[in-house]
Write a protein that binds this ligand. Structure first.
Ligand SMILES: C[S@@+](CC[C@H](N)C(=O)[O-])C[C@H]1O[C@@H](n2cnc3c(N)ncnc32)[C@H](O)[C@@H]1O
Length: 229
C-alpha cells in the first residue's frame, strides 16, 4: 500500500482537489468549535493543511501519515508530524480527526482495530471527527476516468467500484532529463463503510452523522463521536 500512497503524494497536486480540501477543512473547523479542543491528533494529515488552520486557533497539533513524502513535507513546514501508527503516538488528545477519505483506506478489520486505538488516545470527553464516502460518493462521483496533461507530467486516474471497494488506478508519466517519460502505476483500494459500523463501538458514542455534499449529491458523511465512559 505504501508505494501507492507515495505515488498519491506525488500526484495530489494534479488532482484539482484544493477547493474541496479547503471546504472540508472549514467544515471540520466549524464542527470542532463547540468542543473547544486544546490538543488535536490529525491521522492521515497529508500536507498538514488542517493542522495549520487549527494552530491558528491556538490548538496544539500532532499529525501522523502513512506516506513518508507527506511526513517530510510537513516536517519541513515545522509541523509535528510522524510516520507512525496511532498506537505509537505519545500522549492523549482532546480531539482526533481523519479528514478526506482517510477512514476509507482501512478495511473493516483494520477500521475496528483503529477505532479501539482512537478510544485509547482520547482524553475523557474527547471527540473523534471523520468523514467517510457515502455509497453515492463512491458509485456516482468517484468512479470514472480523468487525465491531466501538464507537459512534463501526465496523469491518468481510473476508478471502478465493485464488491464494496473503490479501486483507483493511478498511471503517472514523468519526463526525465533525457526527455523520455518514466511510467509509474499503482492501485489504491478504498473500502465502503456503513454508518452502522460506528454505532456500536465500545468506548465511543456516535453523536452525529451528517450527510453533506463535497462535489455533488450527498457524497460524504461527517461522523462525530465522543469518548464515553
Ligand atoms: C486524501 S489524503 C487527505 C489528507 C489530509 N487529511 C487532508 O485533509 O488534506 C489521505 C491521506 O491519508 C493518508 N493515509 C492513508 N492511509 C493511512 C493510514 N492507515 N494511516 C495514516 N495515514 C494514512 C495518505 O497518505 C494521505 O496523506
Amino acid at each position: 500500500m505504501s508505494k501507492a500512497l507515495e505515488l498519491y503524494a506525488k500526484v495530489e497536486h494534479l488532482l484539482g482537489i484544493e477547493e474541496a480540501t479547503d471546504k472540508l477543512h472549514h467544515l471540520f473547523l466549524g464542527e470542532l468549535e463547540e468542543f473547544a479542543p486544546k490538543t488535536l491528533l490529525d491521522v492521515g494529515c497529508g500536507r498538514g493543511g488542517f493542522m495549520k488552520l487549527m494552530q491558528q486557533e491556538g490548538v496544539s497539533c500532532v499529525g501522523i501519515d502513512a506516506s513518508e513524502v507527506m511526513v517530510k513535507e510537513c516536517q519541513d513546514d515545522n509541523l509535528e508530524v510522524y510516520h507512525k501508527n496511532i498506537d505509537e503516538v505519545e500522549g492523549c488528545f482532546d480531539a482526533i480527526v481523519c479528514i478526506f477519505d482517510v477512514l476509507n483506506f482501512f478495511d473493516q478489520d483494520s477500521l475496528s482495530r483503529f477505532l479501539a486505538s482512537v478510544v485509547s488516545k482520547l482524553n475523557d470527553g474527547g471527540v473523534f471527527l471523520a468523514d467517510i464516502n457515502s455509497l453515492s460518493g463512491f458509485r456516482d462521483v468517484a468512479v470514472g476516468c480523468m487525465s491531466v496533461d501538464e507537459g512534463d507530467e501526465f496523469l491518468v486516474v481510473d476508478a471502478i467500484y465493485e464488491d464494496e471497494k473503490l479501486i483507483t488506478t493511478f498511471s503517472f508519466f514523468e519526463k526525465n532529463d533525457k526527455n523520455c517519460y518514466i511510467k509509474t502505476k499503482e492501485d489504491i483500494t478504498q473500502y465502503f463503510h456503513k454508518t452502522r459500523s460506528f454505532e456500536r463501538v465500545e468506548g465511543l458514542k456516535l453523536l452525529q452523522k451528517l450527510p453533506f455534499s463535497l462535489y455533488d449529491t450527498k457524497d460524504k458523511i461527517l461522523l462525530i463521536l465522543k469518548k464515553s465512559v
